[in-house]
Design a protein around this ligand. Structure first.
Ligand code: ZN
Length: 219
């Protein structure tokens, strides 16, 4: 089973269980893809084989010619649970990281047109690329943070968690009503606007100011 590091210096290995992803959580990103906002969050799942921690380059999959980056805040579930109330939600989060919900946009567009699932568009190796995780007690106000994604030295995405259509407590409550959340689950919380294609040789940098600054090469 794949593991991730909970902290850069004092590394604790956490075994990753389910990888949940929220789609369409920022209005400006919904608009850039020509989608409509949903009443309930769009939820999809990635296999744990898609998990890619820092240290090795991102390998783009051979089955797509248009792989997009989607930089996202990622939650690491600590104590699991079912039917978690929104006012208890933050107690179930052990850490925060950043991630790339890599998406084969060509295959996803085709799947959307056919009303078909997204597994091959969203679940390939490296599709759940993540930074190290910061322990939750280091972030007092997770609803109040911002993050950036740089591509080859230029800022391409700026995430402002205050702009989430479905905020973190809502996501935890909503997921826990459908699925039993387990220690080690990851939750990708959706991408802001600015998504685009990756190519071999690119350098991606994910920054949560003062807490995370991680680079990934695309090989
Ligand atoms: Zn996404």
């Amino acid at each position: 089973m794949p593991h991730i590091a909970l902290h850069a210096e004092q590394t604790r290995a956490v075994q990753v269980r389910n990888i949940f992803c929220i789609g369409r959580n920022y209005a400006a990103h919904i608009a850039e893809l020509g989608n409509r906002p949903e009443e309930d969050p769009v939820v999809f799942i990635k296999p744990t084989s898609a998990l890619h921690p820092p240290g090795t380059p991102i390998a783009l999959p051979a089955h797509s010619s248009d792989v997009h980056y989607e930089a996202e805040l990622v939650l690491l579930v600590g104590q699991g649970g079912k039917n978690i109330a929104e006012d208890q939600a933050l107690k179930h989060i052990a850490g925060y990281g950043l991630g790339l919900d890599l998406t084969a946009r060509d295959l996803q567009t085709k799947a959307k047109q056919g009303g078909l699932p997204w597994a091959v568009a969203k679940g390939f190796d490296c599709a759940a690329t993540v930074t190290q995780f910061v322990p939750a007690d280091k972030i007092e106000q997770p609803h109040n943070i911002e993050f950036q994604m740089h591509l080859n030295g230029q800022i391409r995405q700026h995430g402002d968690v205050r702009k989430m259509l479905f905020p973190i407590p809502f996501i935890v409550r909503y997921l826990s009503e459908v699925f039993t959340l387990q220690e080690g689950d990851l939750i990708f919380t959706g991408t802001p606007e600015g998504v685009g294609a990756l190519k071999n040789g690119d350098q991606v940098r994910l920054v949560l100011p003062g807490l995370i600054d991680t680079e990934f090469k695309v090989s």
